[in-house]
Design a protein around this ligand. Structure first.
Ligand SMILES: Nc1ncnc2c1ncn2[C@@H]1O[C@H](COP(=O)(O)OP(=O)(O)OP(=O)(O)O)[C@@H](O)[C@H]1O
Ligand SMILES: [Mg+2]
Length: 271
């Protein structure tokens, strides 16, 4: 008997460059064998160099998209990315509750890889108080940890304190991403459930083409959760997928290039 197709949803912004946002999410879901759906929160005019414009979707239309896919198709697991405004966050939190979406990965996106803001400053509080308490997993990078909790991570030993501070905002699990930890030979993330802390580590790859790493990781974890894996297994499988996609990063554009989401098909099965 074949397993039912995992139904996965991304609630995020569009990256016209195709490397991050819903494009990265849907490519990841497709590559990992899930069925991908999307609720768009904003359009960005974006490339490998930066974000050149943002056009937000009205909150009521975010609600309409979420109701459409949740009521008709159903959602086994969802992830959020760029949410842009407090009004959109309120609709997403309300929809997640109404539709009983419990497999929820909240990637609290605040800025693009280039540092361009993707979240209004007055929306940080809504993220903190309305959405993070609903998350099964929160996946902040170090900048987002500082924004949400005030904790500055400058050394791997700070990761545990950062995880505890994010955990206190309500998610069941926290994954602190160490991608931005300078001078570290490993790319180490810390998974924490309020009790145990688990280091999720790979080698740090020498590349500038890391556009969309966080979105890709969160989407791969979402697929694994939808397929029924427990959290540590889901995070390890996400880490393995994103590391391969970074290793095979694409030298496209004049700035920070995208990952190769199709790396497993192009390189063949692992030996
Ligand atoms: N150079 C690298 N080599 C290996 N792994 C990396 C590298 N850079 C980031 N990672 C890994 O990629 C994943 C995403 O982490 P990162 O901190 O880059 O997220 P992010 O800042 O949210 O990304 P984005 O800006 O694309 O949203 C983590 O597992 C991190 O350890
Ligand atoms: Mg990110």
């Amino acid at each position: 008997m074949t397993a039912p197709l995992a139904r996965t949803l991304t609630i995020a912004g569009s990256d016209s460059g195709g490397g991050a946002g819903i494009q990265a999410d849907l490519k990841t879901m497709q590559e990992l064998g899930a069925y991908g759906m999307s609720v768009l929160t904003a359009l960005t005019a974006q490339d490998t160099v930066g974000v050149h414009g943002i056009h937000e979707v009205p909150p009521a239309f975010v609600r309409a998209q979420l109701d459409a896919v949740a009521l008709d198709i159903g959602v086994d697991a969802a992830k959020t990315g760029m949410l842009a405004s407090a009004g959109i966050i309120a609709e997403v939190a309300d929809g997640v509750r109404r539709h009983g979406i419990t497999n929820l990965v909240v990637d609290p996106v605040a800025a693009s890889k280039h540092g361009d803001p993707l979240l209004r400053p007055d929306a940080v509080d809504a993220l903190r108080t309305e959405l993070l308490p609903l998350a099964l997993l929160a996946t902040p990078n170090l900048g987002e940890v500082a924004l949400l909790t005030g904790v500055q991570v400058t050394h791997p030993r700070d990761l545990r304190r950062a995880a505890a501070a994010v955990k206190s905002l309500g998610p069941a699990w926290v994954l602190i991403k160490g991608g931005h930890l300078p001078g570290n030979a490993a790319a180490t993330d810390l998974l924490y459930d309020g009790d145990q802390a688990l280091e999720i580590t790979s080698e740090r790859l020498e590349t500038r083409d890391t556009h969309g790493t966080g979105d890709t990781l969160a989407s791969a974890i979402t697929v694994a959760l939808a397929q029924g894996h427990d959290m540590p297994a889901a995070v390890w499988s996400g880490k393995e997928f994103v590391t391969g996609a970074i290793r095979h990063g694409l030298r496209l554009g004049k700035g920070i290039g995208p990952l190769d989401h199709a790396w497993r098909r192009r390189t063949g099965p692992a030996p």
